[in-house]
Design a protein around this ligand. Structure first.
Ligand code: BGC
Length: 877
C-alpha cells in the first residue's frame, strides 16, 4: 500500500485562491516505498452542500492530470483530495484536501470600473501626485464571507478600516495591460464589520503611466489615468451578497511623487490619519473620475505576486571621504529600504541607492537616468516608520543624508532595514560543491534571479531599463527553472510574448514592448532574442511537463521560425539585417557590445537550426505530425547550409572563436566525424586564452557543455575555475554578490567599467549554473518534469564533492558525490513516479528505480546499494 499522497497542487499556482482556470489540472506527490509505482488514482471533490463526487482513473500519471469534474464556476470554493494505488490495487489513505477557489471567470461578473482623481494633471510630468481614493459603506448584518477582487490602472495598495489588505507589492505587476490586466482576490472578511466601514487605496503611476525606458523614456504607455478597480463582495449571514454602495472620493496623498526608476518622495506631514477608516472627515476630498476598462481583459494571475521575501540589516556603516554616511548591506539586492526615524516635522531623510562604490563614494553613473533615491519628510510624531510603496531599487549601498541624530543600525534597533522584493516563487533548486568560490558564484546566480524575477523576467533591476529582454531569459530559463518554480510567472510572460509578436512573426526585443529610440524601433527580428518564442516554452515543458504551455505558445513559436525561414531564404543561411549576435563578448568595444568576434550570422543561423529542431519536437508532442516532419526537414536543410557556409575545413569554423565552436557542437550542427576536431579546436582556443572565457550572451550558456560533449571536460573546468578576467570567478574574486552584465563590470583596477552597459545584476552570464547542476553535480531531466532523471556527474577541476537537489513535479530528485579514498561515492534520490539512470564516467549506465541509492565506483565497476530513506545519514542532500 502506498504512503498517503500530498495535497493536490493546482495548475502552477502556489496558492490556488482566486484562480482563473475553469478546469484546473491537478498534481500530487507520493513518497512511497522504493520501487512502488502508481497504477491508478481517485480524485474527490467536495463542492456546495452536495455529496462529494469521486472519479477513479487507471493511470500512472500524477502531474497536471486533467480536471475530471464539472467546470468551476465564478467564486466557487471546492476541496479536492486524492488517493492512489499500486500493483496491489489497495488504495492509500486520502491525501489532505486542497482548497481551491475560483476568481471571477466571466466578464459580466465585473461591475466595477476604474476610479481615480479628477483633478487636472500634466501628462508629461514625472511628478503627478499619487492620489488616495476612499469610500465608506455600511454593512447590515454580520459578515459571513467577503472577497475583494482588485486591480488598477497604475499600482495600488488597498486598506480596509485602517488595515492593509494582503502583502503584495508592485501589484498588479506588468503585463500588456491593454490585453491582460491581472487582478488579485482577497478574503477580507476579517477586516470588515457590521455597520460603518471604509475602503481606501493608494495609487501610483507604475508601469501603466510612469516613465519607462532609456534615453528619457516614455510616459503614459497604457493610458494617462490612474484608477482603482475594486469589487468588494460581501455575504452577510442573511445570505445577501452585495457590492456595497457609496461614493468614491479622491485626494492627494502624502506621496509627493513615485516612479519605478526615480524612487519615491513622501511627506509625512501630509498624512491623513484615519483616511481608510469610517467617520473620517473628508472635507477637501473630491469626487472621482470614473474610467473604463473592458472586463474581458481582467485576468487572474497564473503565478505568485511580488512580495517581500527577506530582510537584511546593514553589515557596515561607512563614512566616505566626502563625509557621507553609507550603509553597506553586504549583498546586491532588489527591494527597498524601511526606516524608523524620530525627528522634527519637516526634517528630510534622503536615501540614495547604488550597487557599487568608487573612490569610496556611492557610484550612480551605471543607473543612467534612474535617480533611485527615496526621500522621507518627517511628520514629527515620535517614532515614524516608512518604506516606499511604488518603487523598487537594485542596490547594495545606501547613502543616508539628513538623518536626525545618530543612525542606529544595530540588530536590536533596526533604524534601517533592506527588504528584498521579487515574485514570491517557491525555491526548488540547490547546488553545492567543495569549492567555496564556485558556491559563491552559484549564490550570485540565485541572487541575480531573485532581483530580476519581479513579475516579469528583466535584464537588470537598477538602471533606466528593467525590461523583459527576450534573449536574457531565453538563455537563463534552464537555470531559473531549476532554482525556483517560475512556471506560473513565465507562463504569464510568454502569453505577452505572443500578444506583442508582430503579425509577420517578429518577436520583440523585450516584452512588454515599450517604444524606444533608434536601434530598437521599428522592431526588427534578431536571433537569440527572438528564439525565446520557441526555446523558452520548450524549457518550461522540459522542466515542468506542461504540454499546455507548448500548445498555447505553438502558433507564436511557429510564426517565429517561419519568419526566420523567409528571412534566410533559399540558402537557409540567416545573413541579413541587424543582429545582436554574441552580445557583450569580452572583445567587444566598451560602447559597442554587439561587435563581438563571432560572425553574428553564424550565431543567427545556428539559432535558426536550434529553433527549427525544437519546434519540430514541439509539434511531435502536440501531435502535429505534418509540422513535425516539415520542421525536421527544415532543420536538416539549415544544418547543411550552416556547414556549407561556416565550416571552412573539416571541424574548423569560419569564426575561429569559442562561441562559434560551442554553438556548433552543442546544437549538433556538425557531421559526427567533425565533432572531435571541432572540440579539439575549442579546447585549443580555451588553452590559448589561458583558460579565460571569450563568449558573450550566445556562447556563454553553451561553452562548458560543448567542451564536455566533445570530451574536453578539463577545459570546461578550467573556464569555470579561472579567476583572472574575464571569467566567472573573476567577479567573485572582486567581491561580486550577483552576476554582472559584462565580464569586466569592474576593471582589474577595481574601477567601474565606463560603458553604459554596466549592470552589476544581470542574470544572462549566470546561465552556466545550468551546466553546474547537470554536469558538475550531475542532475538533469531526461524526460519532461524529471519523470526520467539522468544522474551523470562529470567530476573535474580538483573539485572533490558536489551535490544538487531539486524539487521536481514528482518530488525531490537529488545527487551528491564525493571522491573518497576508496573511489567515487555517489548518492542519488529518485522520487516515486520517476525513474533514474546513473551514468558514471567509464561505467555502464545503471537504471535506478524510485528510492535512495548509493553507488561506489572502484576499478571501473559500480557497486550499488539501496539506502533507507528513513535514515537521515543516508540522505544524499
Ligand atoms: C540589456 C540586455 C539586453 C540587451 C540587448 C541591454 O540594454 O540590458 O540585457 O539583452 O540590451 O541589446
Amino acid at each position: 500500500m502506498a504512503t498517503v499522497p500530498g495535497a493536490p497542487a493546482v495548475e502552477h499556482h502556489r496558492e490556488p485562491f482566486g484562480i482563473g482556470e475553469r478546469r484546473p489540472r491537478l498534481s500530487w506527490k507520493v513518497d512511497a516505498a522504493p520501487g512502488w509505482s502508481q497504477r491508478g488514482y481517485e480524485l474527490e471533490i467536495a463542492r456546495d452542500q452536495a455529496v462529494p463526487a469521486r472519479l477513479a482513473v487507471l493511470s500512472p500519471d500524477s502531474v497536471l492530470v486533467p480536471w475530471p469534474f464539472d467546470d468551476l464556476r465564478s467564486r466557487e470554493e471546492v476541496r479536492v483530495r486524492v488517493r492512489v494505488w499500486g500493483a496491489d490495487d489497495e488504495p492509500s489513505a486520502w491525501s489532505p484536501s486542497a482548497p481551491i477557489e475560483a476568481g471571477l471567470l466571466e466578464p459580466q461578473d465585473w461591475q466595477c470600473v476604474p476610479v481615480g482623481p479628477a483633478w487636472a494633471e500634466d501628462p508629461e510630468s514625472d511628478d503627478r501626485r499619487p492620489p488616495l481614493v476612499r469610500r465608506e459603506f455600511d454593512i447590515r448584518g454580520p459578515v459571513a464571507r467577503a472577497r475583494l477582487y482588485v486591480t488598477a490602472h497604475g499600482l495600488y495598495e488597498v486598506e480596509i478600516n485602517g488595515g492593509r489588505v494582503g502583502r503584495e507589492a508592485m501589484a498588479p505587476g506588468w503585463t500588456v495591460y491593454g490585453a491582460r490586466l491581472e487582478y488579485e482576490t482577497y478574503d477580507v472578511a476579517a477586516l470588515l464589520r457590521e455597520g460603518a466601514n471604509a475602503i481606501g487605496a493608494w495609487l501610483g503611476d507604475g508601469w501603466y503611466r510612469g516613465r519607462l525606458g532609456w534615453n528619457g523614456g516614455f510616459r503614459n504607455l497604457y493610458g494617462s489615468d490612474v484608477g482603482l478597480i475594486a469589487q468588494l463582495e460581501i455575504d452577510t449571514s442573511e445570505g445577501v451578497r452585495g457590492a456595497p454602495d457609496g461614493r468614491w472620493q479622491a485626494a492627494p496623498g502624502p506621496i509627493v511623487s513615485a516612479g519605478n526608476y526615480d524612487g519615491e518622495v513622501y511627506d509625512a506631514r501630509e498624512e491623513r490619519p484615519g483616511w481608510s477608516s469610517p467617520g473620517f472627515d473628508d472635507a477637501g476630498w473630491t469626487p472621482v473620475r470614473v474610467g473604463t476598462r473592458d472586463p474581458s481583459t481582467l485576468v487572474a494571475p497564473t503565478g505568485p505576486p511580488v512580495r517581500c521575501t527577506g530582510e537584511l540589516r546593514p553589515r557596515d556603516v561607512l563614512r566616505t571621504p566626502a563625509g557621507k554616511q553609507v550603509l553597506d548591506f553586504g549583498q546586491n539586492l532588489v527591494g527597498r529600504v524601511r526606516i524608523r526615524v524620530t525627528g522634527l516635522p519637516g526634517a528630510t531623510v534622503t536615501l540614495s541607492t547604488a550597487e557599487v562604490l568608487q573612490g569610496g563614494e556611492i557610484y550612480t553613473r551605471p543607473l543612467r537616468e534612474a535617480k533611485s533615491t527615496d526621500v522621507y519628510v518627517l511628520g514629527g510624531r515620535g517614532v515614524e516608520e516608512w518604506e516606499p510603496r511604488f518603487t523598487i531599487h537594485g542596490f547594495r549601498y545606501v547613502q543616508v543624508d539628513g538623518w536626525p541624530g545618530d543612525l542606529d543600525v544595530a540588530a536590536s534597533h533596526g533604524d534601517v532595514v533592506a527588504r528584498v522584493y521579487h515574485t514570491d516563487m517557491e525555491r526548488t533548486g540547490w547546488f553545492e560543491c567543495s569549492d567555496a568560490d564556485v558556491n559563491r558564484l552559484h549564490e550570485n546566480v540565485v541572487w541575480g534571479m531573485r532581483g530580476n524575477f519581479v513579475d516579469i523576467p528583466t535584464d537588470c533591476p537598477q538602471r533606466d531599463e528593467r525590461v523583459g529582454w527576450t534573449g536574457d531569459i531565453q538563455v537563463f530559463a534552464p537555470t531559473a527553472t531549476f532554482l525556483y518554480d517560475c512556471s506560473g510567472m513565465l507562463d504569464s510572460w510568454l502569453r505577452d510574448v505572443a500578444i506583442e509578436q508582430l503579425p509577420d512573426g517578429t518577436v520583440p526585443w523585450y516584452v512588454p514592448v515599450i517604444p524606444a529610440h533608434k536601434m530598437w524601433t521599428p522592431i526588427r527580428p534578431g536571433a537569440v532574442w527572438g528564439d525565446a518564442a520557441v526555446l523558452t516554452p520548450w524549457t518550461l515543458y522540459e522542466r515542468f511537463a506542461d504540454p499546455e504551455i507548448l500548445a498555447r505558445q505553438y502558433a507564436s513559436a511557429k510564426a517565429w521560425v517561419d519568419l526566420v525561414d523567409r528571412l534566410a531564404g533559399e540558402d537557409h543561411v540567416w545573413d541579413e539585417g541587424f543582429q545582436l549576435g554574441d552580445w557583450l563578448d569580452p572583445s567587444a568595444p566598451v560602447q559597442e557590445p554587439a561587435r563581438a568576434m563571432t560572425d553574428p550570422y553564424l550565431v543567427a543561423t545556428a539559432y535558426f537550426f536550434r529553433s527549427a529542431t525544437q519546434l519540430s519536437r514541439m509539434a511531435a508532442v502536440l501531435g502535429e505530425h505534418d509540422d513535425e516532419a516539415h520542421y525536421r526537414a527544415l532543420s536538416d536543410l539549415v544544418r547543411d547550409a550552416f556547414v556549407r557556409r561556416f565550416v571552412d575545413a573539416p571541424g574548423h569554423l569560419s569564426s575561429d572563436t569559442q562561441t562559434a565552436y560551442a554553438l556548433a557542437i552543442r546544437f549538433q550542427l556538425l557531421p559526427e566525424d567533425q565533432v572531435g576536431a571541432a572540440g579539439a579546436r575549442l579546447g585549443e582556443l580555451v588553452e590559448a586564452s589561458g583558460g579565460r572565457i571569450a563568449t558573450g550572451f550566445a556562447g556563454t550558456p553553451v561553452v562548458c557543455d560543448a567542451l564536455c560533449d566533445a570530451g574536453e571536460i578539463a577545459r570546461a573546468y578550467q573556464l569555470l575555475l579561472q579567476r583572472e578576467c574575464p571569467s566567472w570567478l573573476y567577479a567573485v574574486a572582486c567581491g561580486a554578490t550577483t552576476v554582472w552584465e559584462r565580464w569586466d563590470a569592474l576593471l582589474p583596477d577595481l574601477s567601474v567599467n565606463p560603458g553604459t552597459m554596466t549592470s552589476f545584476n544581470h542574470y544572462a552570464l549566470g546561465a552556466v549554473a545550468d551546466w553546474m547542476h547537470r554536469v558538475v553535480a550531475g542532475l538533469a531531466p531526461a524526460s519532461p518534469g524529471y519523470r526520467d532523471v539522468l544522474f551523470r556527474p562529470r567530476p573535474g577541476g580538483g573539485i572533490t564533492s558536489a551535490s544538487a537537489r531539486h524539487e521536481s513535479p514528482y518530488g525531490t530528485v537529488a545527487i551528491s558525490w564525493r571522491v573518497a579514498d576508496s573511489g567515487l561515492v555517489v548518492d542519488a534520490a529518485v522520487p516515486t513516479g520517476a525513474r533514474g539512470v546513473l551514468d558514471l564516467d567509464g561505467c555502464e549506465p545503471v537504471a535506478l528505480p524510485s528510492g535512495h541509492h548509493r553507488a561506489t565506483v572502484r576499478d571501473g565497476g559500480v557497486r550499488l546499494e539501496e539506502r533507507s530513506r528513513d535514515n537521515p545519514r543516508d540522505d544524499p542532500r
